[in-house]
Design a protein around this ligand. Structure first.
Ligand code: SF4
Length: 402
């Protein structure tokens, strides 16, 4: 990987290419009406009209005031649908799930949009992409290497990368230009973070505040270089040297991480660099950031509000590999609420048994999940979950209880 590449120049050149598209194709109304017919929910609208609290029989649903599709996802899905209309005969590929949602991805398959195959080692196989094929980049972006490869193959690129994600890339490019190391708060193997890291010259990905504290301690007090490199073996740029590459740092983030944690990590590194180099020299050693996505913030804030109710249980709906959904569940767990992360209504097997994914664990089945008598159920969903899926879940709970 050439981490000295001028990715800003690469992006500028790409934006001028006749084979590159990052706006819609003028079929917006058609795409919108397809989306409305597939994803809109009358029940959800009714619950909204009741100020997000709605009862039927023994069940009162408390719906989070902000949940489900964010505008970045809506935009990406609409662009993917428009692509089919614009290129009715061409082969269309997607480099990855356009968003982490099974029903949306199933719909795309139905429209004969193919996913780039991934081999057992997790490497994508682009050998099937021929010149003139259309390739859609998902809402969370694609790496520099993938983008370059697709450009060199002569494919038409439809780039649905969310502007919030591009904003983080701009930030990381600033770090690179100023010769700073980017510390990215995210999951090193998440597509968005892989893409973001590819825009950096040097990077280190930290998953949480504990990892950030470990790095901050290393900056201030040193430690075992070997242990450091072992701990972050998959989360750094090649040849990363913790003794040299942590002198000038900037923070960036995967847009769907817990907002409070991202902020805390930013503050921790600011304080660390201040302590090490003095307030007067801070600007030479630390670059601040403000790239937390509004939609993520709003969904998390709505979740903090809902867990204040005396809920009997919380249902969090979203793809199992969706980062923003798991973070919503974390909030419920912190409050010791019984919470179930499901990706679809079919996970509710009966009034006794639910199949769900506990945080950080494999999918499992739990019994006695639905208490008897009158109950208050909190419901939210991740940024890539259509309202229709939320409606199905609520209706199933009503049916089982009433
Ligand atoms: S969650 Fe935020 S960054 Fe991600 S697609 Fe939605 S608006 Fe964009």
């Amino acid at each position: 990987m050439d981490n000295t590449l001028d990715t800003q120049a690469m992006r500028r050149a790409l934006h001028k290419s006749p084979n590159y598209f990052r706006q819609g194709f003028g079929h917006g109304e058609e795409a919108e009406s397809t989306m409305r017919s597939q994803y809109h929910s009358n029940l959800i609208q009714t619950i909204r009209d009741h100020n997000y609290v709605y009862s039927e029989g023994d069940v009162t649903i408390y719906l989070a005031k902000s949940f489900g599709f964010c505008w970045g996802v809506e935009r990406a899905v609409a662009m993917a649908y428009e692509t089919r209309t614009q290129f009715p005969k061409e082969r269309i590929w997607i480099t990855n799930e356009i968003i982490h949602n099974p029903s949306v991805n199933a719909k795309l398959k139905e429209m004969e949009v193919q996913f780039i195959p991934v081999d057992s080692s997790g490497t994508k196989d682009f050998s099937g992409v021929a010149q003139g094929d259309v390739v859609i980049l998902p809402a969370f972006g694609a790496s520099v290497q993938e983008t370059q490869l697709l450009d060199s193959l002569g494919s038409k690129i439809v780039d649905t990368t969310c502007p919030w994600v591009s904003k983080v890339w701009n930030r990381v490019e600033k770090h690179k230009k100023a010769d700073f190391t980017s510390i990215v708060h995210g999951k090193y193997n998440h597509e968005e973070t892989i893409a973001t890291s590819s825009y950096a010259k040097r990077y280190l990905v930290v998953l949480n505040i504990q990892e950030a504290e470990y790095v901050a301690n290393y900056i201030l007090n040193g430690g075992s270089r070997q242990e450091f490199l072992g701990k972050f073996s998959k989360a750094t740029s090649p040849d990363f040297d913790p003794d040299l590459d942590l002198e000038r740092i900037g923070v960036a983030n995967q847009t769907t991480m817990l907002k409070g944690e991202t902020e805390a990590i930013g503050k921790l590194f600011e304080k660390t660099m201040m302590q090490k180099y003095g307030v007067e020299n801070l600007n030479q050693h630390f670059l601040a950031f403000n790239t937390i996505c509004d939609a993520t913030q709003e969904r998390q804030d709505a979740m903090f509000e809902i867990v204040e109710e005396e809920l009997d249980l919380m249902i969090v709906i979203g793809g199992y590999n969706s980062s923003n959904t798991t973070h919503l569940q974390e909030i419920a767990i912190e409050r010791n609420l019984s919470s179930y992360h499901i990706d679809d209504v079919h996970r509710i097997l009966s009034a006794e048994v639910i199949e769900h994914k506990p945080l950080g664990k494999a999918i499992t089945q739990s019994s006695n999940w639905l208490p008897s008598g009158k109950i208050k159920v909190g419901v939210t969903s991740g940024a890539s979950t259509p309202d229709r899926v939320v409606e199905d879940v609520i209706n199933r709970i009503f049916a089982l209880k009433n």
